[in-house]
Design a protein around this ligand. Structure first.
Ligand code: SDX
Length: 385
């Protein structure tokens, strides 16, 4: 099994977590999905093909892809009842909370189904769930999925309405397709480990993915892309120099992090950030967009990478550093950035969950601990406490 990695993710279960899905080399900045280099997949393959690759382990031929797309189209619509749930969630509910809630309940609108149907159903309906979470907060009507549209194109249509309303249509569709691919999986990150953890108890796919969405919403994980833009906007609004911001970050008592920087695995560069930085330049040139936030991001990267604090700690821009500037150029609202991450990561979560569930030796994940509490002691009556 080439590329199989064994390491104990600390689950304390039956030994290490082995996987055939994603290979990362943090020192060399290598990322491969099922052995294919990310750079090749991001250029010449559709997100639908990557979904298929992640979950069923091979790039589909045309017949397989056509069949898969037909199933996605068949399952694209949302059940009426879930729209009623959506309408009754608080108007100011964060789209990530909406996604987590709706995914958790999605299965309850259908008769129990086989694993493949649940997988197709969740993939197919994810784009409408995401689009509707945006339409809800903007008070706009919900649009039905479009038969024959690509995943990215259909999401964009349901989110932004007719193509006249798009800020950009073809470029938007192509950019989203590529962004989804870049986010499709990343080995045993926090949210993927959560999906595995929940699924190891034989909980449903919906419960497992809903938990993963909750983990991804954290600002140290997927929530970072929104925080990067907020950080850049704050620096500009407060008129702070980049050097001053860097000093604030270096002051441990400030507890301020340089959002979009650092990674538990990548210690030289995040290959996704490199691709996104190039895409951002090309996209902004295409759109003729001048966004001070992108210029500031590039300057911040330059200043940080010349600073001993970051060099010594091997902190480099990660996938979230540039994705926010691209989403913004495409007209995606800031509080939807992490929902975009959900749409991209969904096939990876599902693939990892399926791989764990298909393992005949799979057992419940049960991490152990190092107890550092009190030694045994006796209870005293409250009158003596
Ligand atoms: C994602 O795991 C994955 O694969 C995740 C992900 C995926 O695709 O699923 O790649 C997606 O989550 C990307 C990360 C997005 N998060 C951010 O951009 C938030 C900012 N980054 C940091 O919070 C941090 O870098 C983490 C959370 C990403 C990693 O945390 P670690 O592994 O605990 O950081 P570390 O051990 O590398 O830190 C080493 C030192 C520490 O300082 P010292 O105690 O040595 O003095 O670097 C410091 C850290 O405090 N540090 C930072 C920093 N990141 C680490 N200091 C300032 N700003 C930062 N961003």
């Amino acid at each position: 099994m080439t590329g199989a990695i064994s390491y104990d993710p600390g689950y304390g279960s039956t030994g290490s977590c082995k996987s055939e899905i994603t290979f990362i080399d943090g020192e060399k900045g290598i990322l491969r999905y099922r052995g294919y280099p990310l750079e090749q997949l991001a250029e010449g393959v559709s997100f639908e093909e990557v979904m298929y690759l992640m979950i069923w382990g091979k790039l589909p031929n045309q017949a397989e892809l056509d069949g898969f797309n037909a199933k996605l189209a068949e399952h694209a619509e949302l059940p009426e009842g879930i729209v009623a749930v959506l309408d009754n969630l608080p108007k100011n509910a964060h789209p990530m909370t909406v996604m987590q809630t709706l995914v958790a309940t999605l299965g309850d609108y259908y008769e129990p189904a086989d694993e493949e149907t649940d997988i197709i159903r969740l993939l197919a309906k994810s784009k409408a769930l995401a689009a509707y979470s945006y339409r809800k907060q903007t008070g706009k009507e919900y649009l039905k999925p479009s038969k024959g549209a690509s995943f990215a194109g259909d999401f964009a249509h349901m989110t932004f309405g007719t193509s006249d309303e798009y800020k950009v249509s073809d470029v938007l569709e192509a950019s989203l397709d590529s962004l989804f691919i870049l986010h499709a999986d990343h080995e045993q990150n926090c949210s993927t480990s959560t999906a595995r953890m929940i699924g190891s108890a034989q909980a449903s796919l919906y419960a497992s993915i809903s938990g993963a969405i909750g983990a991804l919403s954290g600002p140290l994980h997927g929530g970072a892309n929104q925080k990067v833009i907020e950080m850049l906007e704050n620096i500009r609004a407060e008129g702070r120099s980049l050097e001053d911001h860097i000093e604030l970050v270096k002051d441990k008592s400030s507890d301020v992090k340089l959002m979009g920087f650092g990674h538990r695995v990548y210690k030289n560069f995040d290959p996704r950030a490199r691709i996104l930085k190039k895409s951002a330049d090309e996209l902004f040139a295409d759109l003729g967009v001048e966004d001070p936030a992108l210029d500031l991001a590039k300057e911040l990267e330059k200043v940080a990478l010349e600073d001993e604090y970051f060099v010594k700690r091997r902190l480099y821009p990660n996938v979230d550093f540039y994705s926010g500037t691209i989403y913004r150029a495409l007209g995606i609202p800031t509080n939807m950035f992490t929902v975009m991450f959900v749409l991209g990561r969904l096939p990876g979560w599902i693939a990892q969950w399926k791989e764990m569930r298909d393992d005949a030796d799979q057992r419940i994940h049960r991490p152990r601990q190092i107890y550092i509490g009190e030694n045994e002691r006796n209870v005293t009556p409250i009158s003596e406490r």
